[in-house]
Design a protein around this ligand. Structure first.
Ligand code: 1PW
Length: 215
């Protein structure tokens, strides 16, 4: 039916929302960033229930950012740049140890930012993979290079177990719902530079303000 077609997940649409994140002067719109993440969570959920524990934390983090966006100071949260400026100037960020601001926009977004690096590395491996490549290996390599150093042992362990039951490359391409493998590869080739740019801009902003290790 038309309705079920509408709801059908398509990774291209999700990756396209990251295109809308960037303003003309290369600031990152928080609303669009959150929308992009909502799509990624749908994608994760379509990979199977083992990814539930992973998407659940992402959902919590997305909700925290939505609350900031819809809050009385929402106008300060239009871009990641304005958020950082506002929260730092008003001392709304725990800088060295957890304290009275466990849900600052800055520390919350940092977690999603690190996870976006995982996605970028994983999709890049997927793009350049061959028919007999293993998604579980690509996924855990990407994880080890990005998120793993920030996670406690128990989370690393659970993530490793989830990776092991990832669908194989053909099923994975199917879930992405983009078309035949050549089209998936082409789509990834277009989308990845955009995700990479959003990641780099955020990374540089956080580095400038010494925010890359927020507790
Ligand atoms: C297949 C493509 C994968 C794209 C992925 C991403 C979502 C990654 C989320 C990993 C979450 C694992 C479980 C939660 C751990 C949290 O402790 C951790 N959160 C994240 C997003 O890394 C840190 O947040 P916290 O505990 O400091 O609030």
């Amino acid at each position: 039916s038309v309705a079920s077609e509408d709801q059908k997940f398509c990774l291209r649409e999700v990756l396209d929302t990251f295109k809308l994140c960037l303003s003309e002067n290369k600031e990152v719109y928080l609303q669009q960033y959150v929308t992009g993440w909502r799509g990624l969570v749908k994608f994760l959920n379509s990979l199977g229930s083992v990814f539930g524990f992973i998407s659940k934390d992402a959902v919590n983090k997305i909700q925290i950012l939505v609350n900031h966006l819809n809050g009385e100071n929402g106008s300060q949260y239009v871009t990641i740049q304005s958020m950082v400026k506002y929260e730092l100037e008003n001392e709304l960020v725990d800088l060295t140890k957890r304290g009275s601001h466990p849900e600052s926009g800055c520390r919350t977004l940092l977690r999603l930012h690190r996870a976006l690096r995982w996605l970028e590395l994983f999709l890049e491996r997927l793009r350049t993979s061959t028919e007999d490549s293993k998604t579980s290996v690509m996924c855990s390599e990407a994880y080890n290079e990005s998120l793993a150093p920030h996670h406690p042992w128990v989370v690393r362990k659970a993530a490793g177990m989830a990776f092991c039951v990832l669908p194989g490359r053909p099923a994975f391409f199917e879930v992405m719902n983009v078309g035949p493998p050549e089209q998936v590869v082409a789509m990834l080739g277009e989308a990845l530079p955009l995700i990479s740019e959003v990641y780099q801009i955020t990374e540089e902003l956080y580095a400038q303000h010494n925010l890359l290790d927020l507790p």
